[in-house]
Design a protein around this ligand. Structure first.
Ligand SMILES: *Cc1c(COP(=O)(O)O)cnc(C)c1O
Length: 225
């Protein structure tokens, strides 16, 4: 089942990349492993998936410990400042940098570890009360401020689109975020990654400029989150 799901996803990614006129290898598939057991993650890794995403520190760390080193782990959920210490040594990229306070905490811990923390700035593209992230007009000033933190390296943007049963309706949200992404010019900051698109809307996200997609359900099947 996992193999078939993976094949279906890579076919869809290839089609979306072709529509956009980019090689599919430009897109990083991040397999979101919340509620997935280490045996299954290992199977996914053996299929050739190298990037995995977890949204909770306490669920993610035991899995990371149970698996061989090799897979790249992405932190994709809301990160509390008191968990920063546990996240930094274990995750290569934090997708969910959603406040300046968190940025300062990452800077502080990064300095302690003599490590550059790589992160994406989360944007609340639907202005939903229930979602974390900066509002559109806050993003540029936030990045300008973060650019002054020497242990923090901003690599791009991340967003979770509002849910619509018709994914076509997410298109304007993704398009607008891509415009923001390409328009950001801040000294010392390279906007490299645009993390958007999940099971329901990843084709549309890639067509609109995503180069990282975070996929759980389409790969591992439906789970109760
Ligand atoms: C759960 C989750 C995903 C994956 O969602 P699916 O709809 O299962 O593909 C992606 N991003 C974040 C931040 C998540 O929490």
């Amino acid at each position: 089942m996992l193999g078939e799901n993976y094949k279906r996803i890579t076919d869809r990614l290839a089609a979306a990349a072709a529509k956009r006129g980019i090689p599919v290898t430009d897109i990083t598939l991040i397999a979101v492993t919340k509620t997935v057991q280490p045996e299954t993650i290992r199977e996914a890794w053996e299929l050739g998936i190298n990037d995995f995403g977890e949204n909770r520190v306490q669920d993610g760390l035991p899995k990371i410990d149970a698996l061989p080193t090799g897979p790249r782990w992405h932190f994709i959920g809301h990160l509390q400042r008191n968990k920063v210490k546990q996240v930094l040594p274990n995750f290569v990229l934090i997708h969910s940098l959603d406040s300046l306070r968190l940025a300062r905490a990452l800077q502080k811990e990064g300095r302690k570890l003599k490590k550059t923390v790589e992160a994406l700035v989360q944007v609340n593209i639907g202005s939903e009360e229930s979602k974390f992230g900066f509002e559109y007009d806050e993003v540029l000033p936030a990045i300008e401020e973060m650019a002054g933190l020497d242990a923090l390296r901003i690599r791009g943007l991340m967003a979770i689109a509002p849910f619509f049963s018709d994914p076509e309706r997410t298109r304007p949200y993704f398009r607008k975020l891509y415009q923001l992404f390409t328009g950001i010019r801040v000294e010392g900051v390279e906007m490299r990654y645009l993390s958007m698109g999940m099971t329901n809307d990843f084709d549309v996200a890639v067509e609109e400029g995503a180069n990282m997609v975070r996929i759980g359900t389409a790969l591992f099947g439906p789970r109760d989150y």
